[in-house]
Structures are given as C-alpha cells and as structure tokens.
Design a protein around this ligand. Structure first.
Ligand code: NAD
Length: 295
C-alpha cells in the first residue's frame, strides 16, 4: 500500500521503519531533513509537503508533537487536506486534546475524508519493537480499514469509540499514571524515613492493596525493579516533560468539561516543579527525588 507518513521523530521514525519492513511504499514528510534522508535509504520516497505526500497516497498517517502542529499539517495551504483524495483513510497518532482531534476530523469530513485519532502507548521501545498499543477513535468502517496496518506497528489495537475517544482514553490513563507514581513515591519515601527495609516494603505493597503498575513494574525507588528507569539513574523511560504535557491535556480537557481533577492538578504542579529544576528530561519516576534527602 502507498502510505503518507508525516512526523518522523522519536516515535514516527521507528513506526515508519516497521511499515517499510512490512512491504509498504512510504511517502515521507518531516521538517527534519536528516531523518528523511535516513528513511529514504530504506526505500521511502521524500515528499515536498504534507499535501504532496497525501496526494499520492492510499492512507495518511501523522505522528506530530502537539495540537498546533496537527492543525498546521492538516489545515495549512500545503497541508494534508489540500491534497488528500476523498475516501482516503487518515489517522493521526499524535497525543493531543480530544477537541482538536474532533475539529480536524470535522474539517476532513467536509471533503469526504474519514479521519481517526489513534494515540499510542508503549514509548520508543514499543515503536521500535512494533508492540505499541493504539487507542483508536474512529467509525466502525474506518477502524476495520486501519486495523491491519496499525497491527504492523503495534500489538494491541483497541477501538475506543468515535473520533476523539482515543485521545480521551490516552489522557485519562496518563492522568492516573502520573498520580499513581506520586502515591507510590510518597509511600516508599515515608517507609524509608521511618526505618523499614525498602525491599520488604515494596514486597508488601506489591502483594497487598497498594499494588499498581507504578509499584510492581516501574517502582520509582532505585534497586527495587532491575529493569525500571529508577535502577539506571532515571534514564531511557517516559520523560517527565512528556508526562507534564499529558497532564496539561487532561487538566485542560477537564476544565472544558467542568470536571474536577484535583489530584491531577496537584500532580501537574509537581511535574512542573521538576521541569523548573531542569529535570524534565529524566524519567517521570524521578518525581520520588523530591521526597528523599539528597545522598
Ligand atoms: P518528536 O518531537 O521526537 O517528533 C516529532 C516530529 O514531528 C519531529 O521529527 C518534527 O520534526 C516533526 N514535525 C514537527 N512539526 C512538523 C511539521 N509542521 N511538519 C512535519 N513534521 C513536523 O516527538 P515524538 O516523541 O515522536 O512524539 C510524537 C507524539 O507521540 C507526541 O504527540 C507524543 O506526545 C506522543 N508520544 C510519545 C511517546 C514517547 O515516548 N516519545 C510515547 C507515547 C506518545
């Protein structure tokens, strides 16, 4: 299949590589010429604009940093909607607010184009391994069309409902993750300060009612889970800056819905403070350092 792939950063580039490996012909566009050259060597075709990439494609995929980039790439004069043929399936995999996803989908629908949102979880490791989870907001027909292609980049392809619901699933999950990591950090730090062996405490939590992913798979205390970023200096995981972005999306969506997210707002401020201290590049589980005496 001829596929336009726009936005070839930390996530998009490995996703595009997996599609090339699966035998698709890719029309590539990004502002970064270096990554375009790398993917062209694998057989991808470089396009001159999102419009150019979309014009010649049977499917369009975008993977961009934030909502402003998505609006630009779709709605600008040389954007996707200026080139895409009516009836071509389109999917945006960026993490953005649900309203922007719905607005861009409404603009697409006016010209006979069905657009889905399909944000992912699984990080850069999952993108490279082709094991991402896609949370898809789409009509039944569009989901059925997209499913086999998304399955070449991911392991779990979940239909969440109509357009926008993929983003809703993603931001609600990450809201909970950001909060639960802080809860685990507080409990671990308190136990440590009160004098219990930290491994004993982790074992109790992980076989008791406090257990969650932040405690049993990604524990923020160094040395508890060997494979967690905490055990390698908080490198190579999910950056605090990205968590901050997702909490910002959640609190803004909550504001629009007149829905309180009290712990979410506090969590956002704690990651904001981490960012101010220049630690936004560390894995988000380094939030625990705010609860520990420096060694
Ligand atoms: P990134 O910043 O590494 O990549 C974004 C790419 O988009 C860059 O190559 C940039 O040059 C390109 N770009 C920006 N504006 C453009 C434009 N106008 N036209 C064409 N290309 C443009 O970001 P990423 O880490 O790949 O993340 C992409 C999305 O996936 C984000 O929404 C992020 O929140 C989400 N996400 C990231 C991770 C992660 O671990 N990195 C995990 C899950 C979801």
């Amino acid at each position: 299949m001829r596929i336009a792939f726009i936005g070839l950063g930390n996530m998009g580039a490995p996703m595009a590589r997996n599609l090339i490996k699966a035998g698709h012909q890719l029309n590539l566009f990004d502002l970064n010429k270096t990554v375009l050259a790398e993917l062209a060597e694998l057989g991808g075709q470089i396009s001159s604009s999102p419009r150019d990439a979309a014009q010649q494609s049977e499917l369009v995929i975008t993977m961009l940093p934030a909502a402003a980039h998505v609006r630009g790439v779709y709605l600008n004069e040389d954007g996707v909607l200026a080139g895409v043929k009516a009836g071509t399936p389109v999917v945006d995999c960026s993490t953005i607010d649900p309203q922007t996803a719905r607005d861009v989908a409404a603009a697409a629908a006016k010209q006979g184009v069905d657009l889905a949102d399909a944000p992912v979880s699984g990080g850069t490791g999952g993108a490279a391994a082709g094991t991402l989870t896609f949370m898809v907001g789409a009509s039944d027909a569009l989901f059925a069309t997209l499913q086999p292609v998304l399955a070449q980049m991911g392991r779990n392809i979940v239909h969440c409902g109509d357009v926008g619901t993929g983003q809703i699933a993603k931001i609600c999950n990450n809201l909970l993750l950001g909060i639960s990591m802080i809860g685990v950090s507080e409990a671990m730090a308190l136990g440590n300060a009160l004098g219990i062996d930290i491994k004993v405490l982790a074992g109790i939590i992980n076989s008791s009612t406090g257990r969650c992913w932040s405690s049993d798979t990604y524990n923020p205390w160094p040395g508890i889970i060997e494979t967690a970023p905490a055990s390698r200096g908080y490198t190579g995981g999910f950056g605090a800056e990205l968590m901050l972005k997702d909490l910002g999306l959640a609190t803004e969506a909550a504001r629009q819905a007149h829905q309180p997210v009290i712990l979410g707002a506090v969590a956002q401020q704690l990651y904001q403070a981490m960012s101010l201290r220049g630690e936004g590049g560390k894995d988000f589980s380094a939030i625990v350092e705010g609860y520990r005496k420096p060694e």
